[in-house]
Design a protein around this ligand. Structure first.
Ligand SMILES: [Zn+2]
Length: 288
């Protein structure tokens, strides 16, 4: 009897979690933000969805979570009635790839770097990986636009790409760049602090003063802010290196507050986008 009651409670709690989970997504609102020409982005929950529209059909960058597919389609339809033909995954994380299965069934080609596929398998993800992959870069010629997708050094993960819309002079950075916090470096999935600096340098090289930058999370930004963030990471790198040279342990380095003057502007205070994670990733790279 007690056992049965416990099982029932367990099932109820599972059910409860499911209900909350569903309601959680029910309350998500999609907002559409024009960026440049035919390029926009949609914010909902999870990574910003880049969007290119035109007579050749819709190209999306990332697709958030599976329960949000209908809302995403609604938002897309408010811009264009063309079919969703291509989805590019910036990287593996579930808030960027969760809709892959749904959109794939609806006929979209899901494209990503080959490491997105292999790392999703390695990490045991249940989301559907991209089924068209590339090793260096790939270019789409659609809607009078050139869409260049290229792998960047291991940064947020080991499978990050930038997507450049050449005519619209716009770059979607995935989660390599976040406009409202420190970068989050997922070291369990091959992310790298030094690689993040290298990827920022690549982003600066690929941009000019007018380039619009769509980050993985946060509002559209510009290259001046990325330059500022790069300088900050270089300062943090040098400070951590000096402390390592003085034989400090990770704990010792963390106690020195090497990010102090940047925290008010960049520290999320959380696991994702926080100072502790950033300094830990820097230490791990530099101690090697
Ligand atoms: Zn991510």
């Amino acid at each position: 009897m007690i056992k049965r009651l416990m099982v029932s409670l367990f099932i109820l709690s599972l059910f409860g979690v499911r209900v909350n989970y569903a309601q959680d997504f029910e309350n998500v609102e999609m907002t559409v933000h024009p960026v440049s020409g035919n390029v926009l982005y949609i914010a909902g929950r999870g990574g910003n969805i880049g969007l290119l529209h035109g007579e050749d059909g819709i190209l999306l960058i990332d697709d958030q979570y599976a329960p949000l597919t209908e809302k995403i389609i609604k938002a897309v339809n408010s811009i264009s009635s063309q079919p969703i033909r291509y989805i590019i995954n910036t990287h593996m994380h579930p808030d960027h790839t969760g809709g892959n299965e749904n959109f794939g069934r609806l006929g979209a080609m899901i494209v990503g770097h080959e490491n997105v596929r292999s790392q999703m398998a390695k990490a045991g993800y249940s989301q559907t990986p991209p089924f068209v992959t590339f090793s260096q870069d790939v270019t789409f010629h659609v809607n009078q636009e050139t869409v260049h997708v290229f792998k960047v050094p291991n940064a947020h993960t080991n499978n990050d790409s930038f997507i450049k819309f050449v005519s619209a002079n716009t770059i979607h950075t995935g989660d390599v760049y976040r406009s409202e916090s420190y970068p989050y470096i997922d070291i369990n999935n091959g992310g790298s602090f030094l690689g993040t600096i290298a990827a920022y340098e690549l982003l600066i090289e690929a941009s000019d003063q007018n380039t619009k930058i769509i980050p993985g999370h946060g509002g559209v930004t510009n290259i001046q802010r990325v330059v500022k963030a790069t300088r900050m990471l270089q300062v943090i790198r040098d400070r951590v290196q000096n402390l390592i040279n003085d034989d400090l342990t990770l704990e010792g380095v963390l106690s020195r507050n090497v990010t102090q003057e940047y925290n008010a502007e960049w520290d999320s205070g959380r696991r994702i986008g926080g100072a502790v994670g950033l300094v830990t990733a820097a230490y791990r790279d530099l101690i090697e």
